[in-house]
Design a protein around this ligand. Sequence first.
Ligand code: ATP
Ligand code: MG
Length: 556
Amino acid sequence: MSADNNAPTNFIRQIIDADLQSGKHERIHTRFPPEPNGYLHIGHAKSIVLNFGIADDYPGTCNLRFDDTNPAKEEEEFVEAIKDDVRWLGYDWDELRFASDYFEQLYGFAVELIERGSAFVCDLTAEQVREYRGTLKEPGRESPYRDRPVDENLDLFKRMRAGEFADGSRTLRARIDMASPNINMRDPTLYRIRHGLIHHQTGDEWCIYPMYDYTHPISDALEDITHSLCTLEFEDHRPLYDWVLDNITIPCHPRQIEFSRLNLEYTVMSKRRLTQLVQEQRVSGWDDPRMPTIAGLRRRGYTPAAIRDFCEAIGVTKSEGTVEMGVLENSIRGDLDATAPRRMAVLDPLRLVITNFPGDREETLAAANHPKDDALGSRELQLTREVYIDRADFREQANKKFKRLVLGGEVRLRNAYVIRCDEAVKDADGEVVELRCTYDPDTLGQNPEGRKVRGVIHWVSATRGVSAEVRVYDRLFRSPEPGRDGDFLDDLNPDSLRVLGDCYVEPALADAAVGDRFQFEREGYFCIDPVDSRRDALVFNRIVSLRDSWGKQAAG
Ligand code: ATP
Ligand code: MG
């Protein structure tokens, strides 16, 4: 049995195919194991798509397991947010587990290790442990407590659990090899004492907590995971993963396979840094639309399908690299170009009066919702004497490359008539405040004969249009690799958010609902901001700009 032939393959799927063919496994079990110490980001999406995608395609199962062994940094809020994000991405777990579900079993296996002479209680301080550990060039030194008798170890470990000893005074360590070239194998810590913490699952039941490297292989094995997929920094931990399972009585031995992390340009992905952005209020929260978090991308207007496509497109390999932001942006553009209804919105309004159009008249015009997909239907627009156009669509004078309105020139108002600009009214400072134009009633759906129309510009009726705030996002950082030359916060882009408070959108947008996505013609793709938008005070987010080619086409 192998996965659906259409599924994109990668070296991990090839290993799985071989394991199924050889009969090593009949079904595939994977897991996604986040630590609930922050929100998920786009890098986690790569791991989610990989793990859940494999379970969906083979078929098999995938667990969502919270790796919750460090209560100092973990919170219930993050547990719930992670569950929401995984579901929103379109996946459902087979079982929901917590590493803390296994605390009692983990304790039992530690006792087994002690009984076998493979673990000991060590009284060295953290600093001494570091000192004894040695370096890449020099072997470490054995702890003076390494040869403690088994009974003494059992007694001390039991009393560690009972809370008799202070934080940091003792640890349980594996007894492996202080001369190993792999530092992870130099008698690594398995348990440490942490008093006074309230764990979101286990409360104050425990005052000793197992380390990640000890917990992870056992949790995998207890869940019958067949392939434990993780990022490359765990490659050096694999010998320890295997050692733990080889030294306890447990029937299952999952195979750990490492792949490279996703790195994206112009953003940061470590939870420590993302937490700092939130705590120092450099962004509005974990779901700030500029954040690379799933919650941020969702609020920004990304679709689950676009994120999944992106993860498939970047592939799964062992080579480290950084992906351009444009690749992520293209995933959502591709999705929305095909599906998003077209609308008109003026982000920087300039009043335009059509002087030969009576003030009491409204002309209803039909406008297609999508130029290439009639199935998306059409809507009505009302042309009125006064409309708004974008300030950037007018210049008093410009050469022929400027495909917009100039004094004395003609353009078409999108979905409506050709107009000519007769006069630019200025205020005392010389700034243009109003354009006075005339329209040609013979130009609906047809071009005038013998006259050159420069281009097509969008507009919104001044009387029928609805005012709105539009938030235009740019990269959160101005450097492709924030923090490379110092503090990453110094690389924040001061212009990553532009709030345009005085926009006008066509009336059809007044009923836009959360989750609707639109192309504002010539501007980009936009959605309702799910947090701040109100029926009577609309707020739109720019999801992504239009293709760069449009920028070139429209300029000049
Ligand atoms: P961070 O360093 O941001 O805190 P983490 O690796 O500690 O991330 P976890 O919650 O432990 O975060 O990650 C859960 C799973 O997601 C792990 O299997 C991890 O390898 C994977 N993962 C995390 N970041 C990335 C990334 N950038 N690309 C691919 N997978 C990732
Ligand atoms: Mg981690």
